[in-house]
Design a protein. Structure first.
Length: 366
């Protein structure tokens, strides 16, 4: 298969982890006979410094012309502490979602048995947890009318029927492919926008009669994803609730460095790790590249390359079992591995198809 892929390394640790994501794709292309062409463009603080725009027109056009976008992270502390700034790295991220029509963010939440102890939650609560959070990306308070002066500020939480219907359709379809259980998360006891979400979901239920649909307030859901994560299969929710809920789920995996995601919609699909740019670690070979690598796996699976995605996941699992891990998830007394070393290990696993058991037996090191 031939794919044109837009590469957006962004800020902070972005370029380092992106290098490992691209190396993984190259290993897959070599092994399976694919042809991947990359087009690297700027975004975020890097783009502000270069051209004064966090999502420049050239970057937008490159994304639109590509088959897929592989994105890393944006953010820079220079922009964090001045509330008067109108242009920030994160505004580029919002612009990218809006201009590419990326209205659905899909975040898998799954556990690795060898890392259950890294979570602050009890292992018996986590074992077997495997669900997806689908977050609406282009509506709600993040995109509604805004106002701020010295005495008053507001953000308008506005949703239109078509925005709700299209995200619910995706959620119902994901549930049909999985365990046929969908949880619609809202705050319908307080918010008018949530009541419309619930009304439309109930209207759509008969169309997806094979799916068991339930409804949960966001505060209850925020508690239950931590106390009863195995209850969930597919969660769907609005933009703000989804932003908070998906970050919360990092407690389940034990590290945000392990969570990939995809954003799909009207135009080019985008694949990215859920974590931020961690500028304090930039250039220090500390960042965990696994979420970026798993995002590359999601990219391949989006185009029907299931075997290719599976071998990447197998390689990641093998690296964790072999304790080839970055410091934040390394076992006590374990060897130090950096971004490059973890990425190289996974790439070599893919290239040489060394089975999981043989790899552990040989205690293979790169």
């Amino acid at each position: 298969m031939k794919l044109d892929i837009a590469i957006l390394p962004g800020d902070g640790i972005g370029p380092e982890i992106m290098q490992q994501g691209v190396a993984t794709l190259d290993a897959i292309a070599q092994k399976f006979g694919h042809e991947f062409t990359y087009h690297e463009v700027i975004c975020g603080a890097h783009a502000i410094d270069e051209v004064g725009d966090p999502f420049p027109e050239k970057t937008f056009k490159t994304c639109m012309d590509a088959d897929a976008v592989l994105f890393a992270a944006v953010g820079d502390p220079r922009f964090d502490n001045d509330p008067t700034l109108k242009v920030r790295p994160e505004t580029g991220l919002l612009a990218m979602r809006k201009q590419l029509g990326l209205f659905a963010n899909v975040r898998p939440v799954a556990t690795f048995d060898c890392l259950l102890h890294k979570s602050p939650l009890k292992e018996e609560l986590l074992k077997g947890a495997d669900f997806i959070v689908i977050r609406e990306l282009t509506g709600g308070m993040y995109f509604g009318e805004k106002y701020q002066d010295n005495e008053k500020a507001y953000d308008t939480d506005i949703y239109y029927r078509n925005e709700i219907e299209r995200i619910l359709k995706i959620a119902f379809e994901y549930a049909q492919k999985r365990n046929k259980h969908l949880t619609v998360v809202d705050k319908a006891n307080v918010l008018a926008s949530s009541r419309l979400w619930r009304q439309i979901a109930k209207e759509m239920e008969p169309v997806y009669s094979d799916v068991n649909t339930d409804y949960m307030f966001i505060d209850n859901c925020a508690m239950r994803v931590l106390t009863e994560p195995t209850f969930f299969d597919v969660i769907v929710t609005e933009n703000t609730f989804g932003d908070i809920l998906t970050d919360e789920t990092s407690c389940i995996t034990g590290s945000m460095g392990l969570q990939p995601s995809s954003s799909i919609g009207e135009y080019t699909p985008l694949f990215e790790p859920v974590h931020g740019s961690w500028p304090q670690a930039a250039g220090k070979n500390l960042a965990n590249p696994v979420a970026q690598i798993l995002s590359a796996a999601m990219l391949l699976e989006h185009f029907g390359l299931e075997d290719e995605g599976r071998i990447i996941r197998e390689a990641v699992e093998a690296s964790l079992q072999a304790n080839v891990r970055t410091p934040e998830i390394q076992v006590e007394g374990g060897k130090h591995y950096g971004t490059k070393e973890v990425g190289n290990w996974i790439v070599n696993y893919i290239k040489y198809s060394i089975s999981y058991r043989i790899l552990l037996y040989l205690n293979y090191k790169v």
